[in-house]
Design a protein around this ligand. Structure first.
Ligand code: DX5
Ligand code: ZN
Length: 212
């Protein structure tokens, strides 16, 4: 079964807890988008926002920030299980940030934007990361269209790292999700598709069973 992680980015602030509660017992985790207004133009959730939520399941924090090394401790302490950082961020040493994440007892995710080549990240870094996150839209906004060219990166990583979890984020629905899974993804992040559908849970289950 494919792991599905709903992104609550576009859910109105006052409805986020309700949206999480509605899917909590069917999803594989919650994907939480953190943006600093520098790595990407928008600013989103802060650590205080995260602490205020009740998310008693696997939580994936997508750190679209220039200095993830400065915030990972706070998110780990607040209960995050997977911390995903960007290779393009301004942090000085990606490897050491991934190491710190693992030392905190979390899984370490490594992400690249659509225009970053998979070969710009050394193989040993992909190897070291627990999860590879391929962005299939420009990070910063929900509700954009899927960029299908990024599937080449998924195929490349799948061939090279047979057992690695490969996650994909942006424009995932029941068509693009199937393409992603056929290319080698084991995890799907999906925001608009789930939270604009009349039945969130059914949308999650459709994605989980997409290749059956
Ligand atoms: C975009 C975020 C995504 C976004 C996905 O920068 O990283 O997680 O919320 O939303 P959809 O599924 O609407 O593209
Ligand atoms: Zn995201």
């Amino acid at each position: 079964m494919v792991k599905v992680l709903p992104s609550v980015l576009k859910v109105p602030n006052d409805d986020i807890q309700k949206a999480i509660d509605a899917v909590i017992d069917v999803v594989d985790g919650i994907h939480y988008d953190v943006m600093d207004g520098k790595f990407v133009p928008p600013t989103t959730f802060t650590i205080e926002d995260f602490r205020a939520l009740r998310i008693p399941i696997f939580t994936d924090i997508h750190l679209m920030v220039d200095h993830p090394e400065e915030v990972i401790l706070d998110y780990a302490k607040a209960g995050a299980k997977l911390l995903t950082i960007h290779h393009e961020a301004k942090q000085r040493d990606v490897r050491s940030t991934l190491e710190q994440i693992k030392k905190l007892g979390c899984l370490a995710g490594l992400s690249i934007k659509p225009r970053t080549l998979v070969s710009e990240v050394p193989d040993d870094l992909w190897e070291y990361a627990d999860v590879a996150l391929i962005m299939s839209v420009e990070p910063g906004w929900g509700g954009q269209s899927f960029i299908s060219e990024v599937l080449d990166k998924v195929r490349y990583l799948r061939k090279k790292f047979t057992y690695k979890d490969i996650n994909i984020d942006g424009g995932i629905n029941d068509e693009t999700g199937l393409q992603a899974v056929h290319s080698g993804c084991t995890m799907l992040v999906s925001g608009s598709y789930i939270f604009t559908s009349p039945d969130y849970r059914q949308a999650v289950e459709r994605l989980q069973h997409i290749d059956e």
